[in-house]
Design a protein around this ligand. Sequence first.
Ligand SMILES: [Zn+2]
Length: 239
Amino acid sequence: MSYYEEAVERIKSIDANLYIGISKKRYEEVRSRGEYEADSILIAEYYRRVGVFLQFLSIEATSIYVGMDMLIGYKMDENEWDNFLIKFPHFKEIDIMLMKLFSIHYLRWCSLLDSGNLIALQFPDIYDPMIKLFERGGGQISTHHHELVGGFGAFSRTIDARRGNMKPFDISDHALKLIINEVEHAETCLAQYKRDSRTEYTCIRCGSRLLIQSNITEYGYQWYKVKCESDDCFNNNFS
Ligand SMILES: [Zn+2]
């Protein structure tokens, strides 16, 4: 199977039912806190891969709207959006501009790979984290002012080449599942804490103590830190 054919298959299999009508819902009605946490890892890994590519091209930064092929001189066709909807009619029901744009860029990148483009062939999987995000139901992303926003929080709309200096994020299904489990575990511990004020639990990543601290802002807003005692382990804030 060519890169392009594989891309067509992946986009065709994105389930429109995951996305129909969700723009009217609040983020927390669509996905769990743990799923959003896993989504943010996929986006961070995409930014990192783009960062590595930018460093390779000696470009300082790019926008999330820009396709990787455009960074090496290619241009989108005028009727690209119309043709996309003809080829993938299920996307007519998905009212998320960025999902369509990323899918178009992904297809164009795969065409370049099939044509044997030597630059593209060094970065064959650059779009994989974003397509995986859409396949898993995390595609409700949009831009607001200078940010890419979603239930995960926000990322800058500009992707800086320095992102490429980060350590690769593990985006295997297993690693993403673990992230979701950890957040669910923290939520369970927090619910227990709210019942009986017990502050000590066990971290499911490393087995050390997982501690809950209650905090209050100067405006009287109550929030909780759930943190593992080990360095660089679970550390998340909850309301
Ligand atoms: Zn831990």
